[in-house]
Design a binder for this molecule. Structure first.
Ligand code: G1P
Ligand code: ZN
Length: 543
């Protein structure tokens, strides 16, 4: 089959962000755009000759067409084999697992995660390394550098591959192995959790609702919850993946998964609710009449992981992203295990997991995972919660209240201001950075600022340094304000304001977080002036 070499003018805007390259779908559909980025990945990792990769995506608009292009390019560039999910579907954690299970040279995941999908919405391409995790910064920088000078790409002039049929086919000299997207992942879950105990809990009448948000986890959740674990049919709602996610944001938080929240706070709500995002790596967990913040979920899972067979020997350490609350630090301290604070983005957990320093990791952005793969994993978190609920025989509310009584409560909230003019957002951040040196010792809203910096991280495994990872202003009692700009948005800038306040007193654990955090919110406005500078009177999303 003939290989076409196509000449192009190098693109200057293919810099991967927090999680791969995200753009409007139409940008990726423009002539040569996707092709240029894929060739840059291939070149940036030193070529693909004779290598084996995994390929799949979250099923959003353009997923299938992009997959066909990538397969033809992999074949033209000399790859030996690509393992691809049936119909080009793979959740991000399932892709991570397949990369590891098959000892491949990495994988390409097509997803813009929780961003909406469709021809006028978002698309994304991400490269994961042989450990199954998102490419670290050195690799994404090499890919970006290559894209800026790339003048040609290679693609096989061939008919599309039949991705609907399981089994091996050939594309030029390359083997394409179409696999069941769910099977290997489901097998892995069965090794980690006490399925017998969870099944018994469902048999005794435990009720759950899992909202798959018309995204990729539908088939996974049905196979595991309604299949292997015997939950009644109908437990999984919005379980059919759609290219536009039904027109919604497949983002599992109280704002975008409001229908689930309403159900969980209704008079006869289920015992347990959960949702996952576009590509299946995020999770939201809700009990009857009680919401579990992701930072608290991480802490509760770290404290209770030993109840699941896969973690019965205990965990080596807990890692959290810097803006995530310090609730999990308290658990690590009590357990006498490692505790790590990394920049935002799952790629920073990879080295800690590979080195066995951390077993469980989490982010405030509804991401939790462990060393079973190298991505955050929505269903994994849900199954671990189910395992903990089955083992303890208590409600979510009981478990959370007991946790707060033992460790204190880290009140927490994130305020997002979206689609802000990029220049304005950058100036706001620069002005704030300019004040940092003078802030320690200053009184604000009845509190004293103890420290203020722009977070920099030195990876304890490979010594690599990442700077400018978010401004943090810490009060004397440990309460914090963190500000950073999103690295995943596709329109203007998104300012993320993270607020945290520690409350040891059990009598004060029942306050609405926005009320408990009011002094922090006021202090943030006084220091950064988001409302006054942007003219926004409220955040777009509060989680
Ligand atoms: C966001 C989250 C971050 C997460 C990433 C990918 O990135 O804040 O924690 O790792 O999505 O899911 P951001 O847009 O803030 O750069
Ligand atoms: Zn995601």
């Amino acid at each position: 089959m003939p290989i076409k070499t196509c000449q192009i003018t190098p693109f200057q805007d293919q810099k991967p962000g927090t999680s791969g390259l995200r753009k409007k779908t139409r940008a990726f559909m423009a002539p040569d755009y996707l092709e240029a980025f894929v060739q840059s990945i291939f070149d940036g990792i030193g070529g693909v000759d004779g290598k084996v990769f995994v390929l799949g995506g979250d099923g959003r608009f353009f997923n299938l067409e992009a997959s066909q292009t990538i397969l033809k390019m992999a074949a033209a560039n000399g790859a030996a084999r690509v393992i691809v999910g049936q119909d080009a579907i793979l959740s991000t954690p399932a892709a991570s697992h397949l990369i590891r299970l098959n000892k491949t040279d990495g994988g390409i995941i097509l997803s813009a995660s929780h961003n909406p999908g469709g021809e006028d919405e978002d698309f994304g391409v991400k490269f994961n390394t042989p450990n199954g995790g998102p490419a670290p910064e050195q690799v994404t920088e090499a890919i970006h550098a290559r894209s800026k000078e790339l003048t040609e790409y290679r693609i096989l002039d061939a008919a599309d591959v039949d991705l609907g049929t399981l089994g091996d086919q050939t594309l030029g000299e390359m083997t394409v192995s179409v696999v069941d997207p769910v099977a290997d992942y489901a097998d892995l879950m069965a090794t980690l959790f006490d399925f017998t105990a969870i099944r018994a809990m469902f048999e005794s009448g435990f009720r759950m609702r899992f909202d798959a948000m018309h995204a990729v986890t539908g088939p996974y959740a049905k196979a595991l919850l309604e299949g292997a674990l015997g939950a009644p049919e109908g437990t999984v709602v919005n379980g059919t993946p759609l290219p536009d996610f039904g027109g919604h944001h497949p983002d599992p938080n109280p704002f975008w998964a409001k229908a689930l929240m309403d159900e969980m706070f209704s008079a006869d709500g289920p015992d347990f609710g959960a949702a996952s995002d576009g590509d299946g790596d995020r999770n939201m967990v809700v009990g009857r009449n009680i919401y579990v913040s992701p930072s608290d979920s991480l802490a509760v899972l770290a404290a209770n992981a030993h109840l699941a067979p896969g973690y019965a020997k205990g965990i080596a350490g807990v890692a959290r992203s810097m803006p995530t609350s310090a609730a999990s630090d308290r658990v690590a301290e009590k357990l006498g295990i490692g505790s790590f604070e990394t920049p935002t983005g799952w790629k920073f957990f990879g080295n800690l997991l590979d080195a066995g320093k951390a077993t469980i990791c989490g982010e405030e952005s509804f991401g939790t995972g462990s060393d079973h793969v190298r991505e955050k994993d929505g269903l994994w978190a849900v199954l671990l919660w189910l395992n903990v609920l089955a083992a303890r025989g208590e409600s979510v509310a009981d478990i959370l209240n007991a946790h707060w009584s033992e460790y204190g409560r880290n009140y927490y909230s994130r305020h997002d201001y979206e689609a802000i003019d990029s220049e304005l957002a950058n100036t706001l951040m620069d002005d704030l950075r300019g004040q940092l040196a003078d802030l320690p010792g200053r009184e604000i809203q009845g509190m004293t600022i103890a420290a203020a910096d722009d977070f920099a991280y030195t990876d304890p495994v490979d010594g690599s340094v990442s700077t400018k990872q978010g401004v943090r202003i810490v009060m004397e009692d440990g309460s914090r304000i963190v500000l950073r700009l999103s690295g995943t948005g596709t329109e203007g800038a998104t300012i993320r304001l993270y607020l945290e306040k520690y409350e040891p007193d059990t009598d004060k654990h029942g306050i609405d977080p926005q009320k408990a955090l009011a002094p922090m919110i006021a202090a943030a406005e006084e220091l950064a002036g988001i409302a006054s500078r942007t003219g926004r009177d409220a955040p777009n999303v509060i989680t």
